[in-house]
Design a protein around this ligand. Structure first.
Ligand code: GDP
Length: 298
């Protein structure tokens, strides 16, 4: 909890000071509610969540006295209510194995690091993990994933730079099936600048996977960088179209004041949030605990 709090420190400071600024006066009237709503919007919670929270506060407390502390607690409760329905860890349930987890997201979002963190997380639960270096567009991406694989002591299936990602994925599923591996985590290219190519590439991966196992991919996890604020939200939209997304992991919640974007994502898209990244190390992935996050940010 301490490390999670550390992770959200800047977000929390910003929302707290914005909210405290909103309730200088004694009673919760329309002007104060406007200020609260604005405070939530400038704290990156998005207009939809801000309006919902405003409505709930008005229902419960309109005309009543409210201290800044009570306001923060009430807001935290409403944030928790928005986050609870989307909190959903990835569970390894695929039968037959492996569970194929496709990881997508723009370059720089923390995709590779998140794959390593996920692998580490599953290892801690005694699952066998394998990685597939499906981002063949960047030589550095293959090398970086291979370095993590070595550090984690997990096998990796890789090919040459410029190779066919679908054939890497094919080899990965074959190898994981032969070894009885529980989870195959697949890195993919994050070239949103060329949407058509990316879409074709991901479709081909899906086709190949589907031929090997109609259930695969079991998860399509979109990695989002919280420091991108509202831009992270438009990435959800684009990747929904390009790839179909089954869940989110938001990274870099340490060191940003824009963590409120988690709430905006939950309110606007309702996609499962699997976990959050709060640092660069392999154990810096946290389960997404909605009540804890709500209490920490508000
Ligand atoms: P990719 O291009 O999407 O694969 O991104 P990388 O995994 O290479 O990450 C890009 C940079 O962000 C690296 O320097 C990572 O160490 C860093 N990074 C990834 N996740 C986090 C996080 O949760 N917190 C912080 N502070 N840095 C992160």
């Amino acid at each position: 909890s301490d490390r999670l709090f550390g992770g959200f420190r800047k977000t929390s400071e910003r929302l707290s000071s914005n909210l405290t600024g909103a309730v200088g006066t004694a009673r919760l009237d329309d002007a104060t509610l406007d200020d609260v709503e604005d405070a939530l919007i400038v704290s990156d919670l998005g207009p939809a969540a801000a309006s919902r929270i405003r409505g709930r506060l008005a229902e419960q407390r309109f005309g009543l006295q409210i201290t800044p502390q009570e306001l923060k607690e009430a807001v935290a409760e409403e944030i928790a209510a928005i986050l609870r329905p989307v909190a959903k860890p990835i569970e390894i349930v695929a039968f037959p194995r492996p569970q194929v987890i496709l990881v997508i997201g723009v370059n720089g979002s923390g995709k590779t690091t998140t794959i390593a963190k996920l692998a580490h997380w599953f290892q801690e639960d005694d699952y066998e993990v394998m990685l597939a270096a499906g981002d063949t567009f960047r030589a550095a991406a293959i090398g970086q994933l291979a370095t993590w694989a070595e550090r984690l002591d997990v096998p990796i299936v890789r090919g040459p730079e410029g190779g066919d990602p679908a054939s890497i994925v094919f080899d990965g599923v074959k190898a994981a099936t032969d070894r009885g591996t529980d989870a195959l985590i697949v890195d993919t290219a994050g070239r949103l600048q060329n949407k058509r190519e990316l879409m074709d590439e991901l479709e081909k991966i899906r086709r190949v996977l589907g031929r090997l196992n109609p259930e695969a991919p079991h998860d399509v996890v979109l990695v989002l960088d919280a420091t991108n604020g509202q831009n992270a939200l438009s990435q959800i939209e684009v990747f929904q179209q390009v790839a179909g997304v089954t869940g989110l992991i938001m990274t870099k919640l340490d060191g940003t004041a824009r963590g409120g974007v988690l709430v905006a994502a939950a309110e606007q898209y309702g996609l499962p949030i699997h976990a959050i990244g709060v640092g660069e190390k392999m154990d810096d992935l946290r389960p997404f605990d909605p009540d804890l996050v709500a209490r920490v940010i508000a």
